[in-house]
Design a protein around this ligand. Sequence first.
Ligand code: DGL
Length: 273
Amino acid sequence: MSNQHSPVGILDSGIGGFSVVKQVQRLLPEETVLYFGDGAHIPYGNHPQEAIVNMARYMFRFMEEREVKALLVACNTISCVLDRCADVVSCPVFSAVQAGAEAAARLEAGKVGVISTVFTHNSRIYPQKIQERSPRKVVVLSCGCPDLARLVEHSLGDPAGMAEVEENLRQELDHMVLEDRVECCVLGCTHYPLVADSIHRLYPGLPLIDPAEEMARALKEYLRREGLGNPRTKPGGLTVHTTGSVVEYALRARQVGLERVTGVEYYPPMDIL
Ligand code: DGL
């Protein structure tokens, strides 16, 4: 049974969810955070739906066993299949897509761009949710990027890798930004905010919507409303669990600027064969 002192769970296929951890640490420093990144199976966005559901349920079970008091699904791709995973946990679940769509609708732009994994793009979940929430007619252009999440996962801090990321960004975004002239762009994959500086440099002045900020705000509001905020006055720690390389995750956590990392631990991956 979870209580005020229980951790907040955050999960993703890889290190993308670090963008959400960062916002949670900024807004709710007293909370203890438990992170799970399925480094062995990234990228999720190129897997079939059945595999994504099974891998997500595996991570949800991990969080349920550790009695998290709230679970942030810091993966847009998993957020697309949330109705097939949420029954695994007894705590409330926060969706990256829900957060991103709400933030985009609030901007009241006439033409919104969304970049995401191929799976999220094919689901049409973003156009649908943004249009449902927008008070006026809004055009939503969506672009699925098959390689970007994987490139970001392995390229942070490496100049050659980052050049590849920027080349890929141009390939995917030039048309949407320079020709279709979207007024803002939703970063519909949690890996993309980790390279927001590159996107700003390539497309100066283009407002970017990062669902992570909205997710952290929604979590804060929920904990306050339910009286579930951690009452301690000193900051809480962050434990990272990964089915991938512990060394790489520890390095990425430092590069992203995560604070109070109390441990980076290996967890065996689900067998998907
Ligand atoms: N970071 C994930 C998302 O937000 C997915 C990246 C991937 O595994 O394809 O969709």
